[in-house]
Design a protein around this ligand. Structure first.
Ligand code: DGL
Length: 273
């Protein structure tokens, strides 16, 4: 299937987290159509080895390209971006691929106290890509890194008690949040699932701390790339239709789509091998 401006944009994540990126994409690109794949049947990625994430990322990219003729791919997952995007770009040279990484640079630039908290999956925080980014910013801020095992699973399952407990435990372990000297005044959400525990995090860190997520910059980058390649849908295109697929339970993704995107859309379950 060959891609054209009228072709859809593929978006995938290990689960429902990428909906936080899709939300920004739909706002930035209202004339586009999207195909979203939640790989919930194989989540969480962040507590598995790189080989698993690379294999899954390849399988989903192949599916989106071959079955939906996508014109671009948004990897709406920090963990998959860190583990697999370099290899994916080597293998799909004709497909524009946009990834996401924790917003360390804007955090270092905007923090007044110079202390920045970073919550992400264990795998993202251990990745070469993340460590290289961190190394370039060491003299600009002090970063407090927190791997959040179990958080993706709690968000996928909508487990209210576990979400609250994990947010409290992890922010507590990181130290003091606030606007005073030595306190973290900025918290980077380095996993696309975490915007969905914003209320729980706010209860722990207060209202004044800046929360940074990566959806909007990714959406702007997607627009730039499509414009460069003359692949933007024309302004009269109907757009904003999303087709949803999951390798997990269809009702779980449908509920998340209703809750986070205010969309009542059909969701199909499928196997991607
Ligand atoms: N949303 C994915 C991310 O941004 C979660 C990875 C996982 O499944 O652990 O890293």
């Amino acid at each position: 299937m060959s891609a054209a401006a009228s072709s859809p944009i593929g978006v995938f994540d290990s689960g429902v987290g990428g909906l936080s990126v899709l939300r920004a994409l739909r706002t930035e690109l209202p004339h586009e159509r999207f195909v979203y794949v939640a790989d919930s049947g194989h989540a969480p990625y962040g507590e598995r080895d790189d080989a698993h994430v690379i294999t899954r990322s390849h399988a989903i990219t192949r599916y989106l390209r071959d079955q939906h003729g996508i014109k671009a791919l948004v990897v709406a997952c920090n963990t998959a971006t860190a583990a697999a995007i370099r290899l994916m770009r080597q293998d799909y040279t004709d497909l524009p691929i946009i990834g996401i990484e924790p917003a360390l640079k804007p955090a270092a630039a905007s923090s007044k106290t110079g202390v920045v908290g970073v919550m992400a999956t264990r795998s993202t925080l251990q990745s070469q890509k993340f460590l290289a980014l961190l190394a370039t910013l060491q003299d600009q801020a002090r970063f407090v890194l927190q791997p959040c095992d179990g958080m993706v699973d709690a968000i996928e399952r909508e487990d209210a008690i576990k979400k609250e407990a994990l947010c409290s435990a992890y922010t507590g372990a990181m130290g003091r949040f606030g606007l005073n000297d030595g306190e973290m005044d900025t918290l980077v959400l380095g996993c696309t699932h975490y915007p969905f525990v914003e209320p729980e995090l706010r209860r722990c860190i207060g209202e004044q701390v800046s929360l940074l997520e990566g959806g909007a910059p990714v959406a702007r980058q997607t627009r730039r790339l499509l414009a460069e390649q003359h692949l933007l849908a024309p302004p009269h295109a109907q757009g904003s239709g999303v087709t949803f697929f999951t390798t997990g339970k269809a009702d779980m993704l449908a509920n998340a789509v209703r809750r986070w995107l205010q969309l009542d859309a059909p969701v199909s379950a499928l196997q991607i091998a």
